[in-house]
Design a protein. Sequence first.
Length: 135
Amino acid sequence: KQRNQDFANLNEPLVAIDRSIFTLLGFEVGAAAITGIDIFKWAIDRLQIENDLILPNHIFYIDVSPAVSRLRAAINKIPIPEFLLSDQFNLKFREFFINLSETYPQYITIIPGEKPFNMVLRSLKSNLEVLPNQA
């Protein structure tokens, strides 16, 4: 709710958030691969009755392999729970966003994230510049 309130008070033409409802759904798909507990249908049913969700106008998914994620976390001393870096979790999480991009290509852009940081940033910026004005 706090994020929704913060979002409602902004007068900016572009707002970037690093998590959305789609991140939650991708997380659920990845977690189901590890635990065998599938709550996707429940999550979708629950989301249909929520009225304070922030839905993005566009999604950028920065695609990075689990191996590169583990390496970057180690180099930068970022404490990340081990299951988030597992191949099982990441392959299903990634698959969720790839499938979403194939179903809604105008809604999601996949950015190759294993390139050097400056190249990823340039790619993100150039993709942002060609988006239709959502304001």
